[in-house]
Design a protein around this ligand. Structure first.
Ligand code: NDP
Length: 325
């Protein structure tokens, strides 16, 4: 099969488009003919070697895939089923989605809900599914539209774009934080009511700032998240899922103990199946497919390697879809 292949010899990483073959299908595994994959921030880290996300070599990267079951040794899946896969260490520890086929544990797979095509599933991808997990975390912590404006950081990126749209669909007034104000029109089309320059959240961090937002979705981490916490209103919640701006969190306990702010951590990789499937059902119901289409750029497998560094430069807008067959 055709695949992107990562190899590491003597601590030197190479990434090429080549051909390889899968090992025989194991017990409890499902063979999937991949129709679409995507590029996410984590794939860019793997392909460029910018962070050690890949744990075994050779590796086929790609944390996401959608496709059709071609063989199954798992009782819940049969030939012809439409499936979507995100996370569970695929593309890091197990061969992933930037290839024509994959062998995956049946317990990892999600049957694709009616109303979502294989293409749309990957237009959503891990980024969109994580955006939904963030929205669910806000809702579960009692954040509601009548409490006031909600903020999304890294708004033009994959998680951010989908989060802006989903929150607007649920009736929230959304403030989109971006380093690219020239993309304001794009963000307004997704449903943002206000555009906030990222520099407003990169200044000196005060233990408590003016109470500005009822809650937020943060993909950036670092100073931006620290400022966001200090500007969250009494009782608000910030769902944190990313580190595009840094791994650290230079904050104090003040927002938590003086304003009752909640920091809700969101992980998509090991998210249990019932919650994962609920997120996908919500996405099938709530996403405006025309708007989703406007977030996509298609990149063929042949151009994946040269496209990946754009994520690390913060230069990707919306979602990157990789058609496979
Ligand atoms: P993208 O690259 O598509 O989006 C990230 C956005 O963050 C950029 O578009 C940019 O938006 C902003 N940004 C980039 N660099 C910086 C910087 N140095 N400082 C501040 N803002 C910056 O990535 P994804 O949306 O795919 O992923 C976003 C983050 O979420 C990543 O860290 C990723 O690893 C993480 N993630 C975590 C998941 C989980 O399970 N917890 C799942 C999926 C993603 P703008 O120009 O608009 O400011």
């Amino acid at each position: 099969m055709k695949a992107i292949i990562l190899e590491n010899s003597n601590d030197s990483l190479t990434c090429t488009l080549g051909t390889t073959s899968l090992p025989p299908l194991g017990d409890g595994e499902v063979a999937v003919d991949i129709h679409y994959s995507t590029l996410n921030y984590k794939d860019a880290l793997a392909i460029t070697g910018a962070a050690p996300v890949v744990r075994r070599f050779p590796m086929v990267p790609g944390i996401d895939l959608s496709g059709i079951v071609s063989a199954s040794r798992h009782p819940d899946f049969a030939v012809g089923d439409r499936v979507v896969h995100n996370g569970f260490g695929v593309g890091e520890k197990h061969w992933g989605g930037l290839a024509e086929r994959a062998h995956l544990k049946g317990e990892w797979l999600v049957p694709l809900p009616d109303g979502i095509s294989l293409r749309q599933a990957m237009a959503i991808g891990t980024a969109g599914y994580t955006a939904m997990l963030c929205v669910m975390a806000l809702e579960e912590n009692g954040v509601a539209p009548e409490q006031g404006e909600i903020v999304v950081t890294g708004a033009t990126g994959g998680v951010g774009s989908v989060a802006v749209h989903l929150l607007a669909q649920r009736g929230f007034e959304v403030a989109a934080v971006t380093g690219r104000v020239e993309e304001a029109e794009y963000l307004r089309r997704l449903g943002a009511k206000a555009i906030v320059e990222r520099t407003e959240l990169t200044g000196k961090i005060r233990p408590l700032g003016n109470e500005r937002w009822a809650g937020g979705v943060d993909v950036v981490g670092g100073t931006v998240l620290a400022n966001l916490l200090s500007m969250t209103r009494y009782g608000g919640t910030v769902a944190a899922c990313g580190l595009a701006g840094g791994m650290d969190l230079p904050t104090s306990v003040a927002p938590f103990i003086l304003r009752g702010v909640t920091l809700a951590g969101v992980d998509s990789v090991m998210c249990p199946q019932p919650r994962r499937r609920r997120a996908w059902q919500n996405l099938a119901r709530e996403l405006d497919q025309a708007l989703l289409e406007s977030m996509i750029r298609e990149v063929p497998l042949e151009e994946v390697i040269e496209t990946a560094p754009a994520f690390l430069d913060g230069a990707v807008r919306g979602r990157i879809l990789v058609p496979i067959c």
